[in-house]
Design a protein around this ligand. Structure first.
Ligand code: HEM
Length: 526
């Protein structure tokens, strides 16, 4: 029986499938607007019509400024409780990593530079973002498929994206604009080497790796920290596409990756990834020829082994694309106790950008949407704003005391779950690059570690794009590739000469069918 006399349950006179408007009014005619006579004019007092059209006019929200095209799914993460042969608690007190713990997750995969309905076959990094709904609140691991990034300073991000996204005049992506920027940003040459190889077009979302890219920190119960990098390894194997394969798929289906993920899950063929970490002590590591906080660098497996810490299984498709995949909001600042930031400058810049854009893209109360809400109790004095629908801000909360501290009542600060991690920071404020930039060493190593057919494809793709660029940009790029490895520079130079001599314009993909076959058996570059 209803105890509140203001709450009524009306006897349903209509069947449950009766169409209503959003006010609950039955819609008796959904085919004809209300007009004076059957030839019009239309009258504007017609609420059903106004509501329907006005809501339709607002069906879209701004798409993400990057990573607009994506697909996602629900699942869980199960932790092993160990790292190497040690208990994980030696390094982190995060409860999500306790032995055998299962945490619900939502993962969203994406392309980066084009719009919400662009082809999924494009040469582009792929986003790999996972929201863990942990018992301590949400943790977002917002990564990419590749393990490094183009730049190391967040100030350069808008320029990087402008160069890769379509020309503001023609609205066409232009290799000349891309390489104009890259030729002046030598730190990007390592990422470019991956991107123009077959690693730049993963075959689908299920068969690609993921990486947190940055160094983060783990903090244990004693308040001690280590540096940590995260990597997702697909149990389905890794498969990348040659340019020729991608072009063929694009001609038939430009939604192939979304379709592949959706259909696999519908069939019960649930994709799985194992989560690995690499650990380094939290210091500057002068013995390395790179800075451990530099996101343009790999931590080589031989020096810093990959250690499995858990697995993720995706086993449920979203019920509604807009409500879940479109409105989910990830951010690098969303960490839980036991997980922390490093001083990676790119990471720190990112951490501002995500929630800032989401307050604009989704709205000030984006964290109240079911897909973004933590699955634990939320009790906050933050309130109001558009679409704040809550009437009880916390289950046992005194509704009058929406401030803290208070002698009367209200919310109280939480107890600190462990010893605070308090790194010491001192130095001059400056605008300066890091010391150990070493822009070419690892890029050359990556070039040499590629398989022959991957290297051939890399050269072919670079020559193809660079052949349409200004001579000065071509020369600068040859200089940079030569600094990575003389053979790398020479092959690009020879390829460009050949195009020039034959005067046949961009050469297109040159992969033999045999090499295309090999694309199915990918090795690991790092
Ligand atoms: C999405 C900014 C670097 C991975 C986004 C969005 C912004 C952004 C504004 C849209 C978010 C939204 O609308 O919800 C930046 C800035 C960066 C940066 C300023 C550097 C300073 C990176 C890096 C990675 C990355 C290095 C990979 C490690 C992603 C992913 C998404 C995303 C995966 C899509 C998340 C989703 O599926 O909703 N980024 N980003 N970004 N970014 Fe970044």
């Amino acid at each position: 029986m209803n105890t509140n006399e203001n709450e009524h349950e009306y006897q349903q006179n209509e069947a449950n499938d009766t169409l209503t408007n959003q006010q609950g009014h039955p819609v008796t005619n959904n085919q004809n607007v209300r007009t004076v006579g059957n030839r019009g004019p239309t009258t504007l007092e017609n609420y059903d019509f106004l509501e329907k059209i006005s809501h339709f006019d607002r069906e879209r929200i701004p798409e993400r400024v990057v990573h607009a095209r994506g697909a996602g799914a629900h699942g869980y993460f199960e932790s092993y409780g160990t790292v190497g042969d040690e208990p994980i608690s030696k390094y982190t007190r995060a409860k999500v990593f306790e032995k055998g713990k299962k945490t619900p997750v939502f993962a969203r995969f994406s392309t980066v530079n084009h719009g919400k309905h662009s082809p999924e076959t494009l040469r582009d990094p792929r986003g790999f973002a996972v929201k863990f709904y942990t018992e301590d609140g949400n943790w977002d691991l917002v990564g990419n498929n590749l393990k490094i990034f183009f730049i190391r300073d967040a100030l350069k991000f808008p320029d990087l994206v402008h160069a890769f996204q379509p020309d503001p005049v023609t609205n066409i992506q232009d290799g000349e604009r891309i390489f104009d920027f890259i030729s002046q940003s030598p730190e990007a040459i390592h990422m470019i080497t991956f991107l123009f190889s077959p690693w730049g077009i993963p075959a689908n979302y299920r068969q690609m790796q993921g990486s947190g890219v940055h160094a983060y920190k783990w903090v244990n119960a004693e308040g001690e920290a280590v540096l940590v990098k995260y990597h997702w390894e697909p149990k389905q194997g890794i498969k990348n596409l040659t340019q020729k394969e991608a072009t063929k798929i694009q001609g038939m289906n430009f939604n192939h990756a979304t379709q592949d993920l959706y259909e696999a899950i519908e069939k019960g063929n649930y994709p799985e990834w194992e989560l690995y970490v690499q650990i380094m002590s939290d210091d500057e590591h002068p013995e390395l020829d790179f800075d451990p906080l530099d996101p343009t660098k790999l931590w080589y497996k031989d020096d810093f082994p990959w250690m499995p810490v858990g697995k993720m299984v995706l086993n449920k498709n979203p019920e509604n694309y807009h409500a879940e995949v479109e409105q989910i909001a990830f951010g690098t600042g969303v960490l839980v106790d036991g997980l922390d930031f490093s001083d990676d400058k790119l990471l720190q810049g990112r951490t501002y950008a995500y929630s800032d854009t989401q307050r604009y893209r989704v709205g000030a109360n984006y964290l109240q949407l079911p897909i973004n809400q933590p699955k634990k109790h939320v009790a906050t004095n933050q309130s109001g704003g558009q679409m704040d629908y809550r009437t009880d801000y916390g289950k046992d909360q005194n509704p009058h005391i929406n401030y803290e501290p208070s002698l009367l009542d209200g919310l109280k600060e939480a107890k600190n779950p462990g010893k605070e991690y308090e790194p010491y920071v001192a130095g001059h404020l400056k605008r300066e690059s890091i010391d150990r930039t070493n822009n070419f060493g690892q890029a050359g190593e990556t070039y040499r570690r590629l398989n022959d057919w991957e290297r051939n494809e890399l050269i072919s793709n670079l020559v193809n794009t660079l052949s349409a660029c200004h001579k000065e940009i071509q020369n600068k790029m040859i200089e940079l590739f030569s600094k990575c490895d003389p053979d790398y520079g020479k092959r690009v130079e020879d390829g460009l000469k050949k195009v020039h001599e034959n005067d046949h314009g961009p050469i297109g993909a040159t992969m033999t069918d045999e090499a295309v076959q090999q694309a199915n058996e990918m090795g690991h570059v790092s």
